[in-house]
Write a protein that binds this ligand. Structure first.
Ligand SMILES: C[S@@+](CC[C@H](N)C(=O)[O-])C[C@H]1O[C@@H](n2cnc3c(N)ncnc32)[C@H](O)[C@@H]1O
Length: 447
């Protein structure tokens, strides 16, 4: 039999068909929390994912039992509750996938997040790393969000998808969002009536929101170009809700401005940057302040020149410039580098910018070695190629920032193998009620 010969036997990678799965009601004991915050239990060799269940709990759950190694279940009843279980504060919790862990007490959530970091580091042999206490950012602070909407025959559903589902939960009162965002998307806010008037039944899309320092920046997906009345409605809503800018995307295509009442700006160390449409922004001002403080606390003494890799809009470059340092900021998004380069009030010769794909073309050699330090804040996937280049020719200090402990640990291992020493890791929980956590750590290369 050749390897390519078709076989009647089911490949272990192919998802089970409905006939191969059957739903059973089981009593299970939860032994851990998974990476996404689901309770984990075992049943006849299968790993069962149970959203809403906590370690130590006995639960009755309906489980789609099949032949694959993993199954998903839904909890019907918690028979023996954990001492860490609390009443979720949000009425949408459960059907809404915006939060995963509202049922876990805040202290226990912080302990679990610290443990996930410890495990990720341990996985890469970084077992003796010191973890600082968790800095926890409260809910009600989230300043950027992408919500889905669907126009039905009876109204508008606007909110977040359910866990592992395409179904949208109509979120009328979100406890995560900043008051301004919550007001816009909430029950009495102007977004639902606007979508009800603009969209026809059966159409759907997203709305992308950023609560900037000069007002809301909103991008709305629309299925078709609005007619004159539609444009007037959009402009009237922008006026009534005092939006800074409103843009639209037609059928998921390029962003187009509809009304720009004033530039949507964020201030980093009091230096204003105008947001390009759909730009990356740290999720809360409070989280951004905590990360910036952790970076400043790790600056090497006497540093004069730094590199900010994966710089975004200059969230960290500008506070460093404001401290008198000369910074070179690099990011793959040209619009972000353009916005940062155009920021008014930056003292001359303190800031340079470069658009560069650091995954394909990492900064290396003398360009790295000339700096006194690097700030390194890649996306969730991490930055293996840039870490390789830093390990070979990086400056004496690297300050690593990450929102993913697994890729953080992988990239840090590369740096440690290149001769860097990892100092204490600062965890910052800027993703309340989720399984995510932010990290900041300095690495020193002994001279
Ligand atoms: C986690 S964000 C951090 C941005 C910024 N440091 C901040 O705190 O606002 C990651 C940044 O990496 C950039 N990025 C993603 N992939 C990249 C690549 N291959 N090369 C360069 N930049 C990239 C994104 O544009 C984004 O600005």
């Amino acid at each position: 039999m050749t390897a390519n010969r078709p076989s009647n036997r089911r490949s272990p990678r192919r998802p089970a068909t409905a006939r191969e799965r059957r739903t059973e009601t089981l009593v299970l004991t939860v032994d851990a929390l998974g990476a996404q915050g689901d309770g984990l239990a075992s049943h006849q060799g299968q790993r069962v994912f149970l959203p809403g269940a906590l370690p130590g709990e006995r639960v009755r759950a309906r489980v789609a039992v099949g032949r694959s190694a993993e199954a998903r279940g839904s909890v019907d009843a918690v028979l023996t509750p954990s001492a860490d279980r609390v009443a979720p504060p949000c009425p949408h919790y459960g059907p809404c996938g915006g939060c995963a862990l509202q049922h876990l007490a805040p202290g226990a959530l912080a302990t679990w997040k610290r443990e996930t970091i410890r495990q990720a580091l341990g996985h890469r042999g970084l077992t003796d790393t010191v973890l600082e206490p968790m800095v926890s950012i409260p809910p009600g602070t989230r300043r950027r969000a992408t919500l889905g909407w669907v126009r039905t025959t009876v109204g508008v559903v606007l909110g977040f998808h359910g866990p592992a589902s395409h179904r949208l939960e109509d979120v009328r009162n979100c406890a995560l969002l900043s008051p301004t965002l919550a007001g816009l998307v909430g029950a009495g806010g102007p977004l639902r009536p606007l979508l009800g008037a603009l969209a026809t039944p059966g159409t759907r899309g997203q709305v992308v929101l950023a609560d900037t320092d000069t007002g809301l920046d909103m991008t709305l997906d629309l299925p078709a170009p609005p007619d004159l009345t539609g444009r007037e409605r959009l402009a009237a809503m922008a006026e009534a809700a005092d939006l800074a800018r409103l843009g639209i995307r037609l059928g998921g295509t390029a962003w187009e401005p509809l009304t720009a009442r004033r530039p949507p700006q964020v201030r980093f160390a009091n230096l204003p940057v105008t947001l390009p449409p759909l730009a990356f922004l740290q999720p809360s001002r409070e989280g951004e302040a905590a990360i910036t403080a952790a970076i400043l606390a790790r600056l090497p003494k006497g540093a004069a020149r730094g590199l900010d890799l994966f710089a975004g809009l200059g969230t960290f470059s500008l506070p460093l410039v404001a401290r008198g340092l000369a910074m070179h900021a690099v990011d793959g998004v040209a619009e972000a580098m353009g916005a940062l380069g155009a920021a008014p009030g930056v003292p001359p010769r303190r800031l340079s910018t470069e658009t560069r794909n650091l995954a394909r073309d990492p900064l290396s050699g003398p360009a790295l070695a000339r700096a006194d330090f690097v700030v390194f804040d890649p996306p969730r996937a991490g930055a293996r190629a840039q870490a390789d280049a830093l390990a070979t020719s990086g400056p004496p200090t690297v300050i690593a920032v990450s929102c993913n402990p697994a890729t953080f640990a992988r990239d840090i291992r590369i740096l440690v193998d290149g001769g860097y020493r990892l100092a204490a890791v600062a965890p910052i929980d800027q993703f309340p009620w989720s399984a995510h956590v932010e990290l900041v750590a300095a690495l020193q290369r002994p001279s």
